[in-house]
Design a protein around this ligand. Structure first.
Ligand SMILES: Cc1cc2nc3c(=O)[nH]c(=O)nc-3n(C[C@H](O)[C@H](O)[C@H](O)COP(=O)(O)OP(=O)(O)OC[C@H]3O[C@@H](n4cnc5c(N)ncnc54)[C@H](O)[C@@H]3O)c2cc1C
Length: 461
């Protein structure tokens, strides 16, 4: 930006760097900061975050708790100095209180307004707080901030039994982690099975059986009614529609709620999914303001319905798009097809877009096929089963969803099938796909192709 205070035509026009303010230091905020720096090396980039740290991976926290990752230190992706060296000015433990979109400034604490040329809102999400008596007792863990996770890690040393509230992705990881630690673990979920919004019961059944083998007790179709405390105000159990469950700790893994209060108060439009409405450049309804990550909503590529509360990889990619555009570049974000995968119990589970349950609930017609294959050559040691279910649009046979459960190779298949949905690949394409056959990593028959062949065989009677 040119500062014209020296007067029009002045030979001494001073160059003033564009100031990009980013609210939030999570995946989206850090993605935005790095991309803005890559686009405009002169821009002044200021990131405000409530936390003591930025640029750590919360995704690793359940695995430190479960003992697979030995310490929290390795979850930090960069040092504070590295960001300072890149000219990214991160203001830690500093909450932005208001946005004045007309005046193009934000307010922080009692200081003067901080002007911006471009603003990126990445205020993220928080767990839905259980709306029951006892929700303020000591011993209720909201797993998010790494510093708090470090403290809870110490607490876990003395915990004998825990209740995990809800079997979303983070709850599923925590059930597995607590079982690994030898903690008597109860899962309480109002849904009929784990991750019911994304899975079918036949796909998630092996995971649930393995949790039970690991000692977990599963309470599905069960509503939380209260968190019970002792005389010292500490958790001693939960009351549910299925009876009381004793525990020392409650881990809240409820659905993610977008944090939109700050932006909404400044006039940013909020959509049907509860996140900020953005266009493909991640621009909000307010000029000069972009939004990214779990506070924004994005259209689903198949249904075109806006969805919100995606993953860290989505947040990071959206942040980069917002950062590039806020810095004056041009980049677009695509509708999403939502590949997902995780280790849960003794299995890997994953999918893309629609399950049978979700498609049915939404009234989306589909044809389906499924197959049980193997992950390696049948003679190779430690081969694992891989079950694949595919959903396709009747008539065109374009893929609209997939689910998988198996011992290995689930993430790679989810990524591939998301691209298949996005590019309009059909069951006929998949039934005749080429595949790698290499004894330690791939079987002669690819389970995806087998599932597509099964679907075609059903269609042909
Ligand atoms: C335990 C855990 C495990 C996860 N595992 C995975 C995984 O395996 N894979 C995956 O892809 N993703 C994972 N995620 C990522 C997660 O699901 C989200 O998608 C991701 O956190 C979204 O990033 P975000 O930057 O949009 O929001 P957030 O991470 O919520 O970051 C928003 C930031 O903004 C700050 N903020 C909010 N309001 C203000 C304000 N007014 N002023 C200043 N700062 C503010 C918040 O303090 C926060 O630091 C995991 C997250 C957690 C917590």
């Amino acid at each position: 930006m040119l500062n014209d205070t020296a007067g029009p035509g002045s030979a001494k026009e001073a160059f003033v760097a564009k100031r990009i303010v980013i609210i939030g230091g999570g995946a989206a905020g850090i993605g935005a900061a790095g991309a803005a720096r890559g686009t405009d090396r002169d821009a002044e980039i200021v990131v405000y975050t409530e936390y003591e740290d930025a640029a750590y991976s919360p995704c690793g926290i359940p695995y430190v708790h479960g003992g697979e990752i030995p310490d929290f230190e390795r979850l930090f992706l960069g040092t504070k100095q590295q960001y300072a060296d890149q000219g990214i000015d991160i203001r830690y433990q500093t909450a932005v209180q208001t946005i004045d979109a007309h005046g193009r400034n934000v307010r922080v604490g009692h200081g003067p307004p901080v002007p911006y040329d471009a603003l990126v809102v990445t205020t993220g999400w928080e767990y839905g707080k259980p709306d029951v008596p006892g929700n303020d007792l000591a011993g209720i863990y909201y797993m998010k901030n790494i510093r708090e996770a470090m403290q809870w890690h110490e607490v876990l040393e003395g915990v004998r039994s825990a209740v995990v509230l809800e079997a979303g992705p983070l709850g599923m990881e925590m059930v597995t982690a607590l079982c690994h630690r030898g903690i008597q673990t109860h899962l309480v979920d109002p849904g009929p099975w784990a991750l019911a919004m994304a899975t079918d019961p036949d796909i998630v059944a092996p995971v649930q059986e393995s949790w039970q083998e690991m000692g977990a007790q599963l309470h599905f179709n069960t509503k939380l009614e209260a968190i019970l405390g002792d005389d010292a105000g500490r958790v001693r159990g939960v009351a549910t529609s299925g009876g009381d469950v004793a525990c020392d700790l409650v881990v809240v893994c409820t659905h993610k709620e977008p944090r939109t209060e700050l932006g909404a108060a400044a006039g940013l439009a909020v959509g049907t999914a509860g996140g900020f409405i953005v266009d493909e450049t991640m621009a909000t309804s307010v000029p000069g303001v972009w939004a990214a990550g779990d506070c924004a909503e994005i259209p689903h590529g198949v249904s075109n319905v806006p969805i919100q509360g995606l993953s860290g990889s989505h947040a990071y990619a959206q942040g980069k798009v917002a950062g590039v555009n806020a810095a004056g570049g041009q980049r677009a974000y695509q509708p999403v097809y939502v590949p997902w995968a995780m280790v849960a119990g003794k299995w890997m589970i994953g999918g893309v877009s629609f399950s049978e349950t979700l498609a049915t609930a939404l009234g989306i017609p589909f044809v389906t096929g499924q197959a049980q294959g193997i992950s390696r050559a049948r003679y190779f040691p430690d081969l694992k089963p891989v079950k694949v279910k595919l959903l396709a649009e009747p008539g065109t046979l374009r893929l609209i969803g997939a689910q998988m459960v198996g011992g290995e190779g689930i993430k790679e298949r989810a990524d591939f099938l998301a691209m298949a949905v996005r590019t309009g690949i059909t069951l006929r394409d998949l039934a005749t796909m080429e595949n790698v056959y290499s004894p330690p990593i791939g079987a002669l028959n690819e389970p995806i192709a087998l599932a597509a062949q099964d679907a075609l065989a059903r269609l042909e009677g």
